[in-house]
Design a protein. Structure first.
Length: 578
């Protein structure tokens, strides 16, 4: 192997630990030539990272799977590498090796393993969460409010209590998770909230309804942010949005499964003298309890700590696979090695993260983007009942928008990743919703019920950009400390938006919700301009940094990196995604 800069190159030995299954693909990799110019380093990948999609069994076309997959990074430049070393407490430090190289074949196989063993179970846990927080809508289809002598406004209050408690527990839960580790805290959350969930079998009225709503909110808050942080330990920035789309796809699939479960379970009305909705809470709560118990054994403390009595003495990954896991993530984002994953966030770091104004634009999006569709989804069951559909028709009629939303969410996430663009995709999602809201506002009592159902289904099939925005928050945080807090605060912003959504549709506006739909149209238009404004903000921030950074000489840039107190996304060499 030769380099364009022969005077600069130096030969280094590259030793690998071979296994029977990988030896054939490594025969060509015994020795590499590494130059001092990382951009021309012939031991690194010849092209940028490509996204592996689940349908590409043999990998992306046009790639030699036995060629090097190791990407360029700051670790290939001796002048930069010393400023980005993992901290001494980093839990995977023993597998960090900047000289390590691997092939696309190995990386593809490892991604498959991660998706099956890590991502799939996280998706299952999220599905269990959705069973317990979403079945309240199905209970409504079975005279839940009538049986407990509750009004629509009581139902709104219950949703608000849940949302407020969920919101207030987001950040404390994330801080607990950061101290104990998601592998300990997430299963504990699930076991505790499942007990409350199945206890709803014994609800007696308004007070017990409010109490269980509060407890579920407290115990479920932080779960999504905890799982997001957990997944970031295993996936690169380019892979995380698509995995988060799978994560929310599991939420949609859980809703689909819940519709069939609900259809069957609600038919148990009268069994042992109890209403069908009581059996619904009991059975689905017990399902979550089982998943939570299994989670204690299947969630990993760290990528290099998969060995256990439950997962096997040898663990899930070989030594070479652990090297690939650690080095590909750190080469992609060195900030992921700046803390131990069980290291708590102190008050100073907490304040630095909360006051990071460069993430606030995404919080604003999180606060407003779901308002334009939230009330329509929350009141779907009650709306369908009010226009003449039966209990069991209503239970199954949510399936088309669940499937539609799943497909459009995956499509918008893939597109966002393909074009490395976020803001405009969010804006286009709002433009999908807007004409449907206008149609809903125009409907009267004489409008055919199937027309109302069709428009509502199309509206709720909108391409949700929630997964894109969660990954966007993580990407722009650029440190474990900030990422831990920002993922929780983003979800808190979403919950605040949910609180407002709970009061857009009111009893005196039913069943057409003319006033409410007019408000939703205004919110949707506002969201379009918010997305454009956020994109403009990050473009201007990046241009400002380009001017400052490029004005420095190479020596001044090195001095800055060696002496600066700027951390995370405040460093001049960091650029925001938009």
């Amino acid at each position: 192997m030769s380099s364009n800069s022969a005077d600069a190159e130096k030969a280094v030995d590259f030793h690998v630990t071979e296994s029977a299954e990988s030896r054939s693909s490594l025969e060509k990799l015994d020795r590499f030539t590494v130059t001092s110019d990382s951009a021309s380093d012939s031991s690194l990948a010849k092209h940028g990272r490509k996204q592996f999609f689940f349908w590409q069994v043999k990998g992306p076309s046009g790639i030699d799977l036995d060629s090097i997959a190791t990407q360029n990074s700051v670790f290939d430049d001796p002048a930069l590498a010393k400023h980005y070393q993992p901290c001494a407490e980093y839990e995977n430090l023993h597998r960090f090796d900047p000289s390590f190289r691997w092939t696309w074949r190995e990386e593809l196989a490892l991604l498959r393993k991660l998706d099956l063993r890590v991502m799939a179970f996280v998706g299952l846990m999220f599905g269990a969460l959705q069973l317990d927080r979403g079945n309240i809508s199905q209970a409504n289809a079975d005279n839940f409010l009538t049986d407990l002598h509750l009004s629509t406004n009581d139902f709104n209050n219950g949703n608000t209590i849940f949302t407020v408690c969920f919101l207030l527990s987001e950040l404390p839960s994330q801080l607990i998770s950061k101290k104990l580790g998601p592998d300990r805290w997430v299963p504990t959350q699930m076991v505790l909230w499942s007990i409350v969930a199945f206890s709803q079998f014994w609800l007696t009225g308004r007070s017990t309804f409010y109490a269980t709503r509060a407890l579920l909110g407290i115990l479920q808050g932080g779960f999504i942010a905890d799982c997001t942080l957990y997944l970031s330990y295993f996936y690169t920035a380019s892979e995380l949005p698509v995995r988060l789309a799978y994560f929310w796809a599991s939420d949609t699939l859980a809703n689909v499964i819940a519709s069939f479960l609900g259809f069957g379970i609600l038919h148990m009305r009268g069994v042992k003298g109890f209403a069908g909705w009581r059996w619904l809470f009991l059975i689905e709560g017990l399902i979550t309890l089982i998943v939570g118990i299994v989670a204690y054994g299947l969630m990993l403390p760290a990528p290099t700590k998969s060995a256990s009595w439950f997962r096997g003495k040898k663990g899930w990954f070989s030594e070479r696979e652990e090297l690939i896991l650690v080095n590909r993530v750190l080469r992609d984002d060195p900030s992921k090695g700046d803390m131990h994953n069980r290291q708590p966030i102190n008050w100073n770091k907490l304040w630095l993260s909360i006051s990071d104004y460069d993430i606030w634009p995404i919080y604003i999006i999180g606060f407003t983007f779901g308002m334009s569709t939230g009330p329509v989804g929350t009141y779907l069951s009650l709306t369908l009942r009010s226009i003449g559909f039966s209990t069991f028709q209503t239970t199954l009629m949510g399936l088309p928008n669940q499937f539609g939303g799943l497909l459009t969410m995956l499509a918008v996430t893939y597109s966002s990743q393909r074009f490395n663009e976020r803001s405009l995709h969010g804006m286009l999602a709002q433009l999908w919703v807007l004409p449907n809201l206008i149609a809903l506002h125009s409907f009267s009592r004489q409008t055919n019920k199937w027309s109302k159902y069709a428009v509502t289904t199309i509206l709720l099939s909108h391409p949700s950009t929630h997964a894109v925005q969660v990954a966007w928050t993580s990407r722009n945080s650029n440190s474990v400390r900030s990422r831990t807090v920002s993922s929780a605060v983003y979800n808190m912003a979403c919950q605040l938006g949910g609180i407002i959504s709970n009061y857009i549709y009111r009893s005196d506006d039913a069943p057409l919700y003319k006033r409410g739909n007019q408000d939703l149209i205004a919110i949707c238009c506002m969201n379009v301009f918010i997305y454009l404004g956020v994109k403009g903000y990050y473009i201007l921030r990046n241009r400002s940094r380009d001017r400052k950074w490029n004005a420095l000489s190479k020596e001044e840039q090195e001095v800055y990196l060696a002496t600066t107190n700027d951390k995370g996304n405040k460093k001049l060499d960091f650029r925001f995604a938009h």
